[in-house]
Design a protein around this ligand. Structure first.
Ligand code: DGT
Ligand code: CA
Ligand code: CA
Ligand code: ZN
Length: 584
Protein backbone atom coordinates (compact mmCIF):
# COMPACT_ATOMS: atom_id res chain seq x y z
CA UNK A 1 0.00 0.00 0.00
CA UNK A 2 1.36 3.38 -1.03
CA UNK A 3 0.57 6.41 1.13
CA UNK A 4 0.60 9.98 -0.12
CA UNK A 5 1.36 12.78 2.34
CA UNK A 6 -2.33 13.67 2.35
CA UNK A 7 -3.31 10.09 3.29
CA UNK A 8 -0.92 10.13 6.21
CA UNK A 9 -2.07 13.62 7.23
CA UNK A 10 -5.66 12.38 7.24
CA UNK A 11 -4.76 9.52 9.57
CA UNK A 12 -3.40 11.98 12.13
CA UNK A 13 -6.41 14.27 11.76
CA UNK A 14 -8.67 11.27 12.31
CA UNK A 15 -6.66 10.23 15.34
CA UNK A 16 -7.05 13.73 16.78
CA UNK A 17 -10.83 13.51 16.40
CA UNK A 18 -10.92 10.02 17.88
CA UNK A 19 -8.95 11.02 20.94
CA UNK A 20 -11.04 14.12 21.40
CA UNK A 21 -14.30 12.18 21.19
CA UNK A 22 -13.01 9.83 23.86
CA UNK A 23 -12.15 12.78 26.10
CA UNK A 24 -8.40 12.21 26.00
CA UNK A 25 -5.85 14.76 27.14
CA UNK A 26 -6.09 17.97 25.12
CA UNK A 27 -2.35 18.19 24.46
CA UNK A 28 -2.37 14.78 22.86
CA UNK A 29 -5.15 15.31 20.39
CA UNK A 30 -4.00 18.85 19.58
CA UNK A 31 -0.56 17.47 18.80
CA UNK A 32 -2.02 14.99 16.29
CA UNK A 33 -4.17 17.67 14.69
CA UNK A 34 -1.21 20.01 14.40
CA UNK A 35 0.89 17.26 12.83
CA UNK A 36 -1.90 16.34 10.42
CA UNK A 37 -2.20 19.94 9.24
CA UNK A 38 1.55 20.27 8.79
CA UNK A 39 1.91 17.00 6.83
CA UNK A 40 -0.84 17.85 4.34
CA UNK A 41 1.13 20.93 3.24
CA UNK A 42 4.62 19.51 2.84
CA UNK A 43 6.46 20.12 -0.41
CA UNK A 44 8.29 16.79 -0.41
CA UNK A 45 7.25 13.18 -0.02
CA UNK A 46 7.36 12.00 3.58
CA UNK A 47 9.43 9.11 2.28
CA UNK A 48 12.15 11.60 1.37
CA UNK A 49 12.18 13.05 4.89
CA UNK A 50 12.25 9.56 6.33
CA UNK A 51 15.24 8.53 4.24
CA UNK A 52 17.06 11.82 5.03
CA UNK A 53 16.32 11.30 8.71
CA UNK A 54 14.68 14.74 8.85
CA UNK A 55 11.10 13.81 9.80
CA UNK A 56 11.52 15.46 13.18
CA UNK A 57 12.54 18.76 11.55
CA UNK A 58 8.97 19.13 10.30
CA UNK A 59 7.14 21.58 12.58
CA UNK A 60 4.72 19.68 14.80
CA UNK A 61 6.45 16.32 14.32
CA UNK A 62 8.20 14.96 17.40
CA UNK A 63 9.68 11.54 18.04
CA UNK A 64 6.35 9.81 18.73
CA UNK A 65 4.74 11.06 15.53
CA UNK A 66 7.89 10.43 13.48
CA UNK A 67 7.84 6.81 14.72
CA UNK A 68 4.25 6.45 13.57
CA UNK A 69 5.06 7.88 10.12
CA UNK A 70 7.95 5.44 9.79
CA UNK A 71 5.69 2.56 10.80
CA UNK A 72 3.18 3.58 8.12
CA UNK A 73 5.84 3.95 5.46
CA UNK A 74 7.57 0.67 6.20
CA UNK A 75 4.67 -1.64 7.10
CA UNK A 76 1.74 0.09 5.40
CA UNK A 77 -0.11 -0.04 8.72
CA UNK A 78 -0.30 1.76 12.01
CA UNK A 79 -1.17 -0.44 14.94
CA UNK A 80 -2.06 2.53 17.13
CA UNK A 81 -4.59 3.76 14.57
CA UNK A 82 -6.12 0.32 14.21
CA UNK A 83 -6.51 0.13 17.95
CA UNK A 84 -8.28 3.48 17.97
CA UNK A 85 -10.56 2.53 15.09
CA UNK A 86 -11.77 -0.33 17.21
CA UNK A 87 -12.74 2.23 19.87
CA UNK A 88 -14.08 5.00 17.63
CA UNK A 89 -15.46 3.92 14.24
CA UNK A 90 -14.55 6.23 11.33
CA UNK A 91 -18.24 6.68 10.55
CA UNK A 92 -18.63 8.50 13.86
CA UNK A 93 -16.14 11.13 12.69
CA UNK A 94 -18.48 12.00 9.80
CA UNK A 95 -21.03 13.17 12.33
CA UNK A 96 -18.63 15.90 13.42
CA UNK A 97 -18.77 17.44 9.93
CA UNK A 98 -22.25 18.73 10.81
CA UNK A 99 -22.16 22.41 11.74
CA UNK A 100 -22.49 22.67 15.53
CA UNK A 101 -21.67 19.04 16.27
CA UNK A 102 -18.36 18.63 18.02
CA UNK A 103 -16.75 15.72 19.83
CA UNK A 104 -18.94 16.10 22.92
CA UNK A 105 -22.17 15.73 20.97
CA UNK A 106 -20.76 12.90 18.86
CA UNK A 107 -19.92 11.08 22.05
CA UNK A 108 -23.34 11.80 23.53
CA UNK A 109 -25.18 10.47 20.48
CA UNK A 110 -23.17 7.32 20.58
CA UNK A 111 -23.33 6.67 24.30
CA UNK A 112 -26.94 7.65 24.86
CA UNK A 113 -28.48 6.48 21.59
CA UNK A 114 -26.02 4.05 20.03
CA UNK A 115 -25.61 6.27 16.96
CA UNK A 116 -22.41 5.80 14.97
CA UNK A 117 -23.32 6.92 11.43
CA UNK A 118 -24.78 10.01 9.79
CA UNK A 119 -27.70 7.98 8.47
CA UNK A 120 -28.53 6.73 11.96
CA UNK A 121 -28.35 10.25 13.30
CA UNK A 122 -30.66 11.56 10.61
CA UNK A 123 -33.17 8.79 11.25
CA UNK A 124 -33.11 9.43 15.00
CA UNK A 125 -33.60 13.18 14.49
CA UNK A 126 -36.53 12.59 12.14
CA UNK A 127 -38.08 10.23 14.66
CA UNK A 128 -37.77 12.87 17.38
CA UNK A 129 -35.42 10.72 19.42
CA UNK A 130 -32.68 13.29 19.97
CA UNK A 131 -34.68 15.99 21.73
CA UNK A 132 -34.77 14.15 25.07
CA UNK A 133 -31.03 13.58 25.28
CA UNK A 134 -29.18 15.65 27.90
CA UNK A 135 -28.51 19.19 26.65
CA UNK A 136 -30.67 18.69 23.54
CA UNK A 137 -34.17 19.91 22.68
CA UNK A 138 -36.62 20.14 19.79
CA UNK A 139 -34.75 23.16 18.47
CA UNK A 140 -31.30 21.59 18.53
CA UNK A 141 -32.78 18.45 16.95
CA UNK A 142 -34.09 20.62 14.10
CA UNK A 143 -30.63 22.24 13.79
CA UNK A 144 -29.10 18.80 13.33
CA UNK A 145 -31.45 18.05 10.46
CA UNK A 146 -30.65 21.40 8.87
CA UNK A 147 -26.96 20.71 9.37
CA UNK A 148 -27.23 17.34 7.65
CA UNK A 149 -29.09 18.96 4.74
CA UNK A 150 -26.41 21.69 4.49
CA UNK A 151 -23.72 19.02 4.46
CA UNK A 152 -25.44 17.30 1.55
CA UNK A 153 -25.60 20.59 -0.39
CA UNK A 154 -21.97 21.37 0.26
CA UNK A 155 -19.64 20.50 -2.56
CA UNK A 156 -16.67 20.99 -0.30
CA UNK A 157 -14.36 23.97 -0.18
CA UNK A 158 -14.75 26.71 -2.75
CA UNK A 159 -11.87 27.96 -4.93
CA UNK A 160 -10.42 31.29 -3.80
CA UNK A 161 -11.15 32.79 -7.21
CA UNK A 162 -14.88 32.29 -6.69
CA UNK A 163 -15.13 33.06 -2.97
CA UNK A 164 -13.01 36.22 -2.94
CA UNK A 165 -14.98 38.20 -5.56
CA UNK A 166 -18.22 37.23 -3.78
CA UNK A 167 -16.78 38.42 -0.46
CA UNK A 168 -15.54 41.68 -2.02
CA UNK A 169 -18.96 42.40 -3.49
CA UNK A 170 -20.62 42.00 -0.09
CA UNK A 171 -17.94 44.08 1.57
CA UNK A 172 -18.46 46.92 -0.94
CA UNK A 173 -22.14 46.87 -0.13
CA UNK A 174 -21.52 47.07 3.60
CA UNK A 175 -18.86 49.78 3.23
CA UNK A 176 -21.44 52.00 1.58
CA UNK A 177 -23.65 51.97 4.70
CA UNK A 178 -23.61 54.93 7.13
CA UNK A 179 -21.33 54.81 10.19
CA UNK A 180 -19.07 52.05 8.88
CA UNK A 181 -15.59 52.96 10.11
CA UNK A 182 -13.68 50.00 8.73
CA UNK A 183 -14.46 46.81 6.81
CA UNK A 184 -12.28 43.87 5.84
CA UNK A 185 -12.21 40.28 4.73
CA UNK A 186 -10.48 38.09 7.32
CA UNK A 187 -10.08 34.29 7.56
CA UNK A 188 -8.58 32.03 4.94
CA UNK A 189 -9.30 34.47 2.07
CA UNK A 190 -7.06 37.10 3.64
CA UNK A 191 -4.38 34.47 4.12
CA UNK A 192 -4.70 33.56 0.45
CA UNK A 193 -5.57 29.90 0.85
CA UNK A 194 -6.34 28.22 -2.46
CA UNK A 195 -9.71 26.93 -1.27
CA UNK A 196 -12.08 28.49 1.21
CA UNK A 197 -14.33 26.89 3.82
CA UNK A 198 -16.38 29.97 4.69
CA UNK A 199 -16.02 33.73 4.40
CA UNK A 200 -15.25 35.84 7.48
CA UNK A 201 -16.16 39.52 7.22
CA UNK A 202 -15.46 42.23 9.79
CA UNK A 203 -17.00 45.68 10.09
CA UNK A 204 -16.16 48.32 12.67
CA UNK A 205 -19.14 50.47 13.61
CA UNK A 206 -21.06 51.80 16.63
CA UNK A 207 -24.40 50.95 14.98
CA UNK A 208 -24.47 47.21 14.27
CA UNK A 209 -28.24 46.81 13.91
CA UNK A 210 -28.77 48.31 10.42
CA UNK A 211 -25.56 46.69 9.16
CA UNK A 212 -26.70 43.26 10.24
CA UNK A 213 -30.16 43.92 8.81
CA UNK A 214 -28.66 44.71 5.42
CA UNK A 215 -26.40 41.67 5.55
CA UNK A 216 -29.16 39.13 6.16
CA UNK A 217 -31.52 40.62 3.56
CA UNK A 218 -29.14 41.44 0.71
CA UNK A 219 -29.71 39.79 -2.68
CA UNK A 220 -28.08 36.41 -3.10
CA UNK A 221 -28.84 35.19 0.42
CA UNK A 222 -30.42 31.75 0.34
CA UNK A 223 -30.73 31.20 4.08
CA UNK A 224 -30.08 33.07 7.30
CA UNK A 225 -28.18 30.83 9.68
CA UNK A 226 -27.91 33.36 12.49
CA UNK A 227 -28.84 37.02 13.07
CA UNK A 228 -27.47 38.99 16.03
CA UNK A 229 -25.85 42.33 16.79
CA UNK A 230 -22.28 41.05 17.03
CA UNK A 231 -22.45 38.08 14.67
CA UNK A 232 -24.64 36.99 11.78
CA UNK A 233 -24.25 34.14 9.29
CA UNK A 234 -25.84 33.55 5.95
CA UNK A 235 -25.65 30.95 3.25
CA UNK A 236 -25.51 32.40 -0.25
CA UNK A 237 -27.23 30.89 -3.27
CA UNK A 238 -23.83 30.11 -4.75
CA UNK A 239 -23.35 27.67 -1.85
CA UNK A 240 -21.02 29.78 0.25
CA UNK A 241 -21.38 30.52 3.96
CA UNK A 242 -20.52 34.03 5.16
CA UNK A 243 -20.04 35.17 8.75
CA UNK A 244 -20.15 38.87 9.58
CA UNK A 245 -18.96 40.34 12.85
CA UNK A 246 -19.53 43.96 13.81
CA UNK A 247 -17.36 45.43 16.56
CA UNK A 248 -16.21 48.76 18.00
CA UNK A 249 -13.42 50.40 16.02
CA UNK A 250 -11.29 50.53 19.20
CA UNK A 251 -11.02 46.70 18.95
CA UNK A 252 -10.30 46.57 15.22
CA UNK A 253 -6.71 45.36 15.59
CA UNK A 254 -7.40 42.43 17.91
CA UNK A 255 -10.50 41.39 15.96
CA UNK A 256 -8.81 41.50 12.56
CA UNK A 257 -5.85 39.59 13.95
CA UNK A 258 -8.03 36.97 15.64
CA UNK A 259 -10.39 36.31 12.75
CA UNK A 260 -7.62 36.25 10.17
CA UNK A 261 -6.14 33.23 11.88
CA UNK A 262 -4.92 30.76 11.21
CA UNK A 263 -6.00 29.00 14.33
CA UNK A 264 -2.52 27.52 14.81
CA UNK A 265 -0.90 30.94 14.43
CA UNK A 266 -3.33 32.35 17.01
CA UNK A 267 -2.69 29.54 19.46
CA UNK A 268 1.00 30.38 19.42
CA UNK A 269 0.38 34.13 19.75
CA UNK A 270 -1.86 33.51 22.74
CA UNK A 271 0.93 31.59 24.41
CA UNK A 272 3.36 34.45 23.79
CA UNK A 273 0.79 36.84 25.27
CA UNK A 274 0.41 34.64 28.36
CA UNK A 275 4.17 34.57 28.83
CA UNK A 276 4.02 38.37 28.89
CA UNK A 277 1.16 38.36 31.40
CA UNK A 278 -1.81 38.88 29.07
CA UNK A 279 -4.77 36.91 27.88
CA UNK A 280 -5.31 37.67 24.16
CA UNK A 281 -8.70 37.33 22.52
CA UNK A 282 -10.66 39.03 19.75
CA UNK A 283 -11.42 42.11 21.83
CA UNK A 284 -8.38 42.92 23.96
CA UNK A 285 -5.19 41.95 25.75
CA UNK A 286 -6.22 41.46 29.39
CA UNK A 287 -3.67 41.32 32.22
CA UNK A 288 -3.63 37.96 34.00
CA UNK A 289 -2.11 36.68 37.25
CA UNK A 290 0.47 33.93 37.46
CA UNK A 291 -2.23 31.25 37.22
CA UNK A 292 -3.59 32.78 34.01
CA UNK A 293 -6.74 34.25 35.62
CA UNK A 294 -7.82 37.62 34.21
CA UNK A 295 -7.32 40.48 36.66
CA UNK A 296 -10.67 42.21 36.30
CA UNK A 297 -9.49 45.47 37.88
CA UNK A 298 -6.37 45.88 35.77
CA UNK A 299 -6.77 48.02 32.62
CA UNK A 300 -7.04 46.07 29.36
CA UNK A 301 -5.06 47.00 26.28
CA UNK A 302 -7.27 47.76 23.28
CA UNK A 303 -5.63 47.74 19.87
CA UNK A 304 -7.08 49.58 16.92
CA UNK A 305 -4.46 48.15 14.56
CA UNK A 306 -2.88 44.75 14.00
CA UNK A 307 0.55 46.38 14.20
CA UNK A 308 -0.25 47.29 17.79
CA UNK A 309 -1.26 43.72 18.65
CA UNK A 310 2.01 42.33 17.32
CA UNK A 311 4.05 45.18 18.80
CA UNK A 312 2.56 44.53 22.24
CA UNK A 313 3.79 40.95 21.90
CA UNK A 314 7.25 42.21 20.91
CA UNK A 315 6.86 41.23 17.26
CA UNK A 316 6.83 43.04 13.93
CA UNK A 317 3.58 42.81 11.94
CA UNK A 318 3.42 39.47 10.13
CA UNK A 319 1.86 39.34 6.64
CA UNK A 320 -1.39 37.31 6.71
CA UNK A 321 -0.18 34.91 4.00
CA UNK A 322 2.49 33.63 6.39
CA UNK A 323 0.24 33.09 9.41
CA UNK A 324 0.09 29.31 9.43
CA UNK A 325 2.47 28.61 12.32
CA UNK A 326 5.06 27.22 9.96
CA UNK A 327 7.96 29.06 11.50
CA UNK A 328 6.85 32.63 10.69
CA UNK A 329 6.63 33.68 14.34
CA UNK A 330 10.22 32.56 14.92
CA UNK A 331 11.33 34.46 11.78
CA UNK A 332 9.49 37.56 12.98
CA UNK A 333 11.11 37.37 16.38
CA UNK A 334 14.54 37.07 14.78
CA UNK A 335 13.82 40.04 12.50
CA UNK A 336 14.11 37.76 9.47
CA UNK A 337 10.69 37.99 7.83
CA UNK A 338 11.02 37.84 4.04
CA UNK A 339 10.38 40.96 1.92
CA UNK A 340 7.41 39.38 0.19
CA UNK A 341 6.78 40.10 -3.46
CA UNK A 342 3.92 42.48 -4.33
CA UNK A 343 1.80 42.87 -7.46
CA UNK A 344 3.63 46.12 -8.21
CA UNK A 345 6.91 44.19 -8.57
CA UNK A 346 5.71 42.34 -11.68
CA UNK A 347 7.03 43.91 -14.88
CA UNK A 348 6.45 41.27 -17.53
CA UNK A 349 3.91 38.56 -18.32
CA UNK A 350 5.49 35.53 -19.95
CA UNK A 351 2.44 33.41 -20.75
CA UNK A 352 -0.57 34.45 -22.81
CA UNK A 353 -2.72 33.24 -25.68
CA UNK A 354 -4.19 34.96 -28.73
CA UNK A 355 -6.65 34.16 -31.52
CA UNK A 356 -3.80 32.23 -33.16
CA UNK A 357 -4.76 29.38 -30.79
CA UNK A 358 -7.54 29.50 -28.17
CA UNK A 359 -7.30 33.13 -27.02
CA UNK A 360 -9.85 35.89 -27.56
CA UNK A 361 -7.74 38.81 -28.82
CA UNK A 362 -5.09 39.43 -31.45
CA UNK A 363 -1.40 39.83 -30.65
CA UNK A 364 -1.66 43.60 -30.81
CA UNK A 365 -4.80 43.76 -28.69
CA UNK A 366 -3.23 41.60 -25.99
CA UNK A 367 -0.14 43.82 -26.03
CA UNK A 368 -2.22 46.96 -25.58
CA UNK A 369 -4.23 45.36 -22.78
CA UNK A 370 -1.04 44.34 -21.01
CA UNK A 371 0.42 47.81 -21.44
CA UNK A 372 -2.74 49.31 -19.92
CA UNK A 373 -2.11 47.13 -16.87
CA UNK A 374 1.40 48.45 -16.48
CA UNK A 375 3.37 45.56 -17.98
CA UNK A 376 6.55 46.60 -19.79
CA UNK A 377 7.12 43.34 -21.67
CA UNK A 378 5.09 40.26 -22.62
CA UNK A 379 5.63 36.98 -24.41
CA UNK A 380 2.98 35.61 -26.77
CA UNK A 381 2.84 31.86 -26.06
CA UNK A 382 0.15 30.07 -28.03
CA UNK A 383 -0.38 26.32 -27.94
CA UNK A 384 1.72 23.93 -29.99
CA UNK A 385 0.76 21.71 -32.90
CA UNK A 386 -0.32 18.50 -31.15
CA UNK A 387 -2.91 20.31 -29.02
CA UNK A 388 -5.54 20.26 -31.74
CA UNK A 389 -8.52 21.10 -29.53
CA UNK A 390 -6.84 24.35 -28.48
CA UNK A 391 -5.91 25.31 -32.04
CA UNK A 392 -2.23 24.49 -31.60
CA UNK A 393 0.10 26.04 -34.20
CA UNK A 394 1.78 24.04 -36.95
CA UNK A 395 5.42 24.98 -37.57
CA UNK A 396 4.35 27.06 -40.58
CA UNK A 397 1.79 28.99 -38.53
CA UNK A 398 4.25 29.41 -35.66
CA UNK A 399 6.71 31.07 -38.02
CA UNK A 400 3.96 33.20 -39.59
CA UNK A 401 2.97 34.28 -36.10
CA UNK A 402 6.54 35.24 -35.40
CA UNK A 403 6.45 37.66 -38.32
CA UNK A 404 3.26 39.23 -36.94
CA UNK A 405 4.72 39.56 -33.45
CA UNK A 406 7.84 41.25 -34.84
CA UNK A 407 5.61 43.67 -36.75
CA UNK A 408 3.48 44.49 -33.70
CA UNK A 409 6.60 44.99 -31.65
CA UNK A 410 7.95 47.42 -34.24
CA UNK A 411 4.60 49.26 -34.46
CA UNK A 412 4.43 49.71 -30.69
CA UNK A 413 7.84 51.29 -30.82
CA UNK A 414 8.91 50.36 -27.28
CA UNK A 415 5.64 51.33 -25.55
CA UNK A 416 5.66 47.68 -24.53
CA UNK A 417 8.04 44.98 -25.71
CA UNK A 418 6.34 42.00 -27.36
CA UNK A 419 8.31 38.77 -27.61
CA UNK A 420 7.50 35.58 -29.44
CA UNK A 421 7.35 32.23 -27.68
CA UNK A 422 5.26 29.12 -27.36
CA UNK A 423 3.48 27.06 -24.75
CA UNK A 424 4.67 23.77 -26.09
CA UNK A 425 3.06 20.50 -25.14
CA UNK A 426 5.07 17.82 -23.43
CA UNK A 427 3.60 14.85 -25.23
CA UNK A 428 2.41 11.64 -23.58
CA UNK A 429 5.50 9.75 -24.78
CA UNK A 430 7.83 12.35 -23.18
CA UNK A 431 8.82 13.95 -26.47
CA UNK A 432 8.43 17.67 -27.09
CA UNK A 433 6.04 19.06 -29.68
CA UNK A 434 8.54 21.11 -31.77
CA UNK A 435 12.05 20.15 -32.90
CA UNK A 436 15.07 21.89 -31.39
CA UNK A 437 15.88 23.92 -34.52
CA UNK A 438 12.43 25.55 -34.33
CA UNK A 439 12.65 26.15 -30.57
CA UNK A 440 16.01 27.84 -31.13
CA UNK A 441 14.26 30.54 -33.18
CA UNK A 442 11.85 31.53 -30.40
CA UNK A 443 12.47 34.22 -27.80
CA UNK A 444 11.07 32.18 -24.91
CA UNK A 445 9.83 28.61 -24.55
CA UNK A 446 7.31 27.28 -22.04
CA UNK A 447 6.72 23.53 -21.84
CA UNK A 448 3.52 22.30 -20.20
CA UNK A 449 1.57 19.14 -19.49
CA UNK A 450 -1.96 19.18 -20.91
CA UNK A 451 -2.73 15.60 -21.97
CA UNK A 452 -2.51 12.09 -20.46
CA UNK A 453 -2.45 13.53 -16.96
CA UNK A 454 -3.46 10.25 -15.34
CA UNK A 455 -0.25 8.50 -16.28
CA UNK A 456 1.68 6.82 -13.48
CA UNK A 457 4.22 8.82 -11.53
CA UNK A 458 7.22 7.42 -13.43
CA UNK A 459 5.96 8.50 -16.82
CA UNK A 460 4.78 11.96 -15.68
CA UNK A 461 8.18 12.49 -14.07
CA UNK A 462 9.95 11.29 -17.22
CA UNK A 463 7.98 13.83 -19.29
CA UNK A 464 8.83 16.73 -16.99
CA UNK A 465 12.49 15.74 -16.87
CA UNK A 466 12.63 15.59 -20.67
CA UNK A 467 11.40 19.18 -20.86
CA UNK A 468 13.68 20.36 -18.06
CA UNK A 469 16.73 18.87 -19.72
CA UNK A 470 16.03 20.47 -23.10
CA UNK A 471 18.27 23.57 -23.19
CA UNK A 472 15.74 25.51 -25.28
CA UNK A 473 12.99 25.28 -22.68
CA UNK A 474 12.97 28.24 -20.29
CA UNK A 475 9.93 27.60 -18.11
CA UNK A 476 7.68 24.74 -17.04
CA UNK A 477 4.08 26.05 -17.18
CA UNK A 478 1.60 25.17 -14.39
CA UNK A 479 3.88 22.28 -13.30
CA UNK A 480 1.31 20.03 -11.59
CA UNK A 481 -1.46 20.68 -14.16
CA UNK A 482 -4.18 20.76 -11.54
CA UNK A 483 -7.45 22.46 -12.39
CA UNK A 484 -9.80 23.15 -9.50
CA UNK A 485 -12.14 21.72 -8.57
CA UNK A 486 -12.24 18.84 -11.00
CA UNK A 487 -8.64 17.89 -11.63
CA UNK A 488 -6.07 17.06 -8.97
CA UNK A 489 -2.37 17.64 -9.41
CA UNK A 490 -0.57 14.99 -11.47
CA UNK A 491 1.33 12.35 -9.57
CA UNK A 492 5.00 13.24 -9.94
CA UNK A 493 8.28 12.76 -8.16
CA UNK A 494 8.73 16.33 -6.91
CA UNK A 495 12.15 15.58 -5.55
CA UNK A 496 13.44 14.45 -8.94
CA UNK A 497 11.76 17.30 -10.81
CA UNK A 498 12.99 20.00 -8.44
CA UNK A 499 16.50 18.58 -8.30
CA UNK A 500 16.69 18.59 -12.10
CA UNK A 501 15.29 22.11 -12.30
CA UNK A 502 17.87 23.33 -9.80
CA UNK A 503 20.63 21.73 -11.87
CA UNK A 504 19.60 23.12 -15.23
CA UNK A 505 18.51 26.57 -14.00
CA UNK A 506 15.11 26.37 -15.72
CA UNK A 507 12.29 28.44 -14.21
CA UNK A 508 9.03 27.07 -12.79
CA UNK A 509 5.73 28.86 -13.11
CA UNK A 510 3.25 30.09 -10.54
CA UNK A 511 0.21 30.25 -12.77
CA UNK A 512 -2.19 32.96 -11.53
CA UNK A 513 -5.39 31.44 -12.88
CA UNK A 514 -7.32 30.93 -9.62
CA UNK A 515 -8.34 27.47 -10.77
CA UNK A 516 -4.68 26.56 -11.09
CA UNK A 517 -2.49 28.52 -8.63
CA UNK A 518 0.22 26.14 -9.66
CA UNK A 519 2.84 25.90 -8.20
CA UNK A 520 1.07 26.27 -4.88
CA UNK A 521 2.72 28.06 -1.93
CA UNK A 522 4.55 25.16 -0.24
CA UNK A 523 6.07 24.05 -3.56
CA UNK A 524 7.08 27.59 -4.46
CA UNK A 525 8.80 27.78 -1.08
CA UNK A 526 10.67 24.57 -1.77
CA UNK A 527 11.66 25.82 -5.23
CA UNK A 528 13.27 29.02 -3.94
CA UNK A 529 15.02 27.09 -1.17
CA UNK A 530 16.68 25.10 -3.95
CA UNK A 531 17.52 28.26 -5.90
CA UNK A 532 15.05 27.57 -8.71
CA UNK A 533 13.87 30.78 -10.43
CA UNK A 534 10.11 31.34 -10.60
CA UNK A 535 7.82 33.24 -12.99
CA UNK A 536 4.34 34.49 -12.02
CA UNK A 537 2.19 34.61 -15.15
CA UNK A 538 -1.47 35.09 -15.96
CA UNK A 539 -1.84 32.57 -18.81
CA UNK A 540 -4.45 35.05 -20.07
CA UNK A 541 -6.77 33.86 -22.82
CA UNK A 542 -8.69 37.16 -22.67
CA UNK A 543 -8.03 40.59 -21.13
CA UNK A 544 -10.04 39.86 -17.97
CA UNK A 545 -7.68 37.04 -17.07
CA UNK A 546 -4.82 39.53 -16.91
CA UNK A 547 -6.47 40.76 -13.74
CA UNK A 548 -5.86 37.38 -12.06
CA UNK A 549 -2.27 38.35 -11.36
CA UNK A 550 -2.96 39.17 -7.66
CA UNK A 551 -3.93 35.52 -7.08
CA UNK A 552 -0.58 34.35 -8.38
CA UNK A 553 1.24 36.89 -6.25
CA UNK A 554 -0.78 35.88 -3.16
CA UNK A 555 0.19 32.27 -3.78
CA UNK A 556 3.84 33.24 -4.15
CA UNK A 557 3.68 35.20 -0.89
CA UNK A 558 2.40 32.09 0.87
CA UNK A 559 5.58 30.44 -0.39
CA UNK A 560 7.72 33.26 1.09
CA UNK A 561 8.74 34.37 -2.39
CA UNK A 562 10.54 37.69 -2.79
CA UNK A 563 10.72 39.80 -5.96
CA UNK A 564 14.31 38.76 -6.58
CA UNK A 565 13.23 35.11 -6.99
CA UNK A 566 10.88 35.91 -9.87
CA UNK A 567 12.30 36.45 -13.35
CA UNK A 568 9.43 38.62 -14.58
CA UNK A 569 9.95 41.18 -11.83
CA UNK A 570 13.25 41.98 -13.48
CA UNK A 571 13.64 44.91 -15.89
CA UNK A 572 13.51 43.77 -19.52
CA UNK A 573 17.29 43.91 -20.00
CA UNK A 574 17.93 41.63 -17.05
CA UNK A 575 15.19 39.21 -18.06
CA UNK A 576 16.43 39.12 -21.61
CA UNK A 577 20.03 38.53 -20.51
CA UNK A 578 18.81 35.58 -18.40
CA UNK A 579 16.99 34.06 -21.37
CA UNK A 580 19.95 34.55 -23.71
CA UNK A 581 22.28 32.94 -21.19
CA UNK A 582 20.04 29.86 -21.31
CA UNK A 583 20.79 29.48 -24.99
CA UNK A 584 17.35 29.88 -26.50
P1 DGT B 1 -11.75 28.12 6.34
O1 DGT B 1 -12.96 28.91 6.67
O2 DGT B 1 -11.87 26.68 6.66
O3 DGT B 1 -11.29 28.33 4.95
O4 DGT B 1 -10.54 28.63 7.28
P2 DGT B 1 -10.48 29.89 8.25
O5 DGT B 1 -9.08 30.03 8.69
O6 DGT B 1 -11.14 31.07 7.64
O7 DGT B 1 -11.26 29.38 9.53
P3 DGT B 1 -12.63 29.82 10.24
O8 DGT B 1 -13.59 30.44 9.29
O9 DGT B 1 -13.10 28.64 11.00
O10 DGT B 1 -12.17 30.89 11.31
C1 DGT B 1 -11.67 32.16 10.94
C2 DGT B 1 -10.57 32.54 11.86
O11 DGT B 1 -11.07 32.75 13.17
C3 DGT B 1 -9.53 31.46 12.03
O12 DGT B 1 -8.57 31.49 11.00
C4 DGT B 1 -8.98 31.78 13.38
C5 DGT B 1 -10.16 32.29 14.13
N1 DGT B 1 -10.77 31.22 14.90
C6 DGT B 1 -11.93 30.62 14.67
N2 DGT B 1 -12.20 29.68 15.60
C7 DGT B 1 -11.15 29.69 16.43
C8 DGT B 1 -10.82 28.95 17.59
O13 DGT B 1 -11.55 28.08 18.06
N3 DGT B 1 -9.64 29.26 18.19
C9 DGT B 1 -8.82 30.23 17.68
N4 DGT B 1 -7.68 30.48 18.28
N5 DGT B 1 -9.09 30.92 16.60
C10 DGT B 1 -10.25 30.66 15.99
CA1 CA C 1 -13.33 31.10 7.05
CA1 CA D 1 -15.92 31.35 9.74
ZN1 ZN E 1 -1.36 28.59 -21.39
Amino acid sequence: MLFTNKDIAQIFLNLADMLEIQGENKFKFLAYRRAGEALADLPRDLKAYASDGTLEDIPGVGKAIADKIRELLTTGRLEFYEKWQAEVPLSLLDIMRINGVGPKKARLFREAAGIITLAQLEAAARAGQLRDLPGMGAKSEQKILEGIAALARQTGRMPLGKARPAAEAVLDRLRALPRVQAAAIAGSIRRGRVTIGDVDLLVASDTPTPIMAEFVTMPGVARVLGHGDTKSSVELQIGLQMDLRVLPVSQWGTALQYFTGSKNHNVKLRQIALDKGYSLNESALSPVDASGTILEDAPKIYCDSEEQVYATLGLPWIPPELREDEGEIELARAGQLPQLITVGDIQGDLHMHTTWSDGMLSVKEMALQAKQRGRSYIVITDHSRSLGIAGGLSIERLLAQQAEVRQVNADLNGEIIVLHGTEMDIKADATLDYPDDILAQLDFVIASLHVSLNQPRDQITRRLLAAIHNPHVDLIGHPTARYLPEREAVDMDFEAVFTAAAQTGIALEINSNPRRLDLEGPYARRAIELGIPLAINTDAHNPGMMDDLPYGVLTARRGRVEARHVINTWPYEQFSAWVRARGT
